[in-house]
Ligand binder design. Sequence first.
Ligand SMILES: Nc1nc2c(ncn2[C@@H]2O[C@H](COP(=O)(O)OP(=O)(O)OP(=O)(O)O)[C@@H](O)[C@H]2O)c(=O)[nH]1
Ligand SMILES: [Mg+2]
Length: 378
Amino acid sequence: MGTIRKVLRCYKCGTILQDKDENSPGYIISDVYNNHKSEILLCNSCFEKAIFNSTPKTNEFDDKFYLILEKAKQTESLVVLVIDLFSFEGSVPERFSKTLGETNVIVVANKRDTLSPKIKDEDIKAYVYHRLRVIGLNIQKVIIASSLNDYNIDLLTQEIMNYRNNKDVYLIGFQNSGKTTIANAFLRHYSNNTNRLITLTEFPGTDLRVTEIPLDKTTNMYDVPGIKTDNQFYDICDKSLINTISPKSLVIPKKAILNPNNSIFIGGLARIDLLEGKKTNVEVYVSNKIQVNIVKGKNLDELFFEGIKKGLKPTLKGYDDYTKFDIYDIKVDEEGWRDIGILGLGWISFKANNQLFRVTLPKGVYVYHTRSKVHVNK
Ligand SMILES: Nc1nc2c(ncn2[C@@H]2O[C@H](COP(=O)(O)OP(=O)(O)OP(=O)(O)O)[C@@H](O)[C@H]2O)c(=O)[nH]1
Ligand SMILES: [Mg+2]
């Protein structure tokens, strides 16, 4: 799927590093540039002047969450994996699928309402299968649903009952994917015939707060807290920003025409520049509450960081200079409709034509390049 290469800046002066021209800014010797282990690199000129202390970011993933998955597996329960159709890239940690093994999984592709009704559910389903094909889960069904609009929740309720074999059900998924809203919608379609009450408990062996919904005398549905990764936009937002960037209804794409050296500023949160290629029509899919600006000029960096200080909306607290952002160059060498997306924030769709895009986004957030979710290539 094309090539995505992380663009590195000098850790001290911020100049974009390059190994081609010794006399231009940001020069670093090829060997270090191509074989570095750390992202903390200095251009030759800073390297000669300074020695730096630094603490690179390390990955963390919540171990307690795996205790819950292990329990689901041991008890041969049904796992309902909720994914957010608006913000879905498809990768899960390898440990996730290994822990679940052969456990039955139903995938709920939630937030259908954010995508156009003109797109066929079958096409969305094919996209979801395509993205999930490599992760090795034992997927029994994919159900396209909208828990806010009660779309297909009756079908989901039915399938949960079909596949659970009178065992427990675990609702799991990434943060903000809609698990709790699904549990509530499920309750509107399911009558609790026991005299047991819904309770909030600490899952044994963890301090994770889990909602326990009785299904019959002995079994429950568990609404598990969202999996926190460290590469979703939501992971670095406070609650109010999550509300702004997470769409509650149909996302109307903003249309733009990009020439080389034009950029899409997504609020003051991220930006996508067209560096090379022909004039390109682009559709921008982000929450309607985010300002999208098409900006032209050679000094895009300056315009972006000045804009963050002077009124682009929304912005992330503390993210106002280049040290807080990563940059990726994406060379598009496929054909047909493609998406470049920022996990949790949204994506752009365009027709591939050998473009080179540069994506600037908060450090650690994941960028992806895939076939289009909303345009089917026939
Ligand atoms: N557009 C849309 N938004 C939804 C839908 N379901 C949930 N949401 C929104 O998504 C956000 C998260 O919903 P929750 O149900 O709290 O998600 P969760 O997965 O339980 O979140 P955590 O427990 O924090 O991981 C809320 O703002 C919901 O309003 C849906 O079907 N469509
Ligand atoms: Mg929840």
